[in-house]
Design a binder for this molecule. Structure first.
Ligand SMILES: [Fe+2]
Ligand SMILES: [Fe+2]
Length: 178
């Protein structure tokens, strides 16, 4: 049975669902584009976690509340994963660092929001636990990517990562509404 969340929470969870779907497709994009053993092991490991996040969010957000732009989020994820592979694996690691840093902040904002609301009609605790768990995994993903990146960021990498972060922010704004 579909749960009727407060509107603001429905929007937040819709963006989380879109984001986790996008994340799954980032790692699929990497696995499609790269033959590098280290990169593939990295992507397979992260893909496993993101798939679990997606299942978890799907279990609390029924299809009628999900974004209507899901094919677009898949495509964007795939592009964000596959394009850096064509440049080199360093760029992939910096890209994942940028994406996961964004997701870390995104989840933190939502966790803080849940902490600040006073709604006696609704028990947010299980959603809060889920977001905390997802956030902890995203931080591990970010740190792993950061550790694997052996070179510092070039001007091009900085620009690309900034574009990825801005793109993520725009995607969240759309996914909250559509
Ligand atoms: Fe995730
Ligand atoms: Fe992640």
């Amino acid at each position: 049975m579909a749960i009727d969340y407060p509107r603001w929470l429905e929007c937040s969870l819709r963006s989380d669902h879109a984001g986790e779907l996008g994340a799954v497709w980032i790692y699929r994009g990497i696995l499609w584009a790269s033959r590098d053993t280290q990169l593939r092991a990295f992507a397979e490991h992260h893909l496993f976690t993101e798939s679990q996040h997606l299942i978890d969010i799907e279990s609390i957000l029924s299809p009628e509340y999900r974004s209507r732009l899901l094919p677009l989020w898949k495509l964007f994820g795939f592009i964000v994963g596959a394009i850096p592979c064509l440049v080199g694996k360093e760029l992939v690691f910096h890209t994942i660092d940028a994406v996961e840093s964004f997701v870390d902040e995104h989840y933190l904002k939502q966790i803080n929001q849940l902490d600040s609301v006073e709604n006696v009609d609704f028990d947010f605790s299980s959603i809060r636990e889920l977001l905390i768990k997802c956030r902890a995994d995203e931080i591990l993903h970010r740190d792993e990517a950061r550790d694997f990146a052996t070179t510092s960021q070039s001007q091009f990498t900085k620009l690309w990562c900034k574009a990825v972060a801005i793109g993520s922010r725009i995607a969240v704004a759309f996914a909250m509404r559509i």
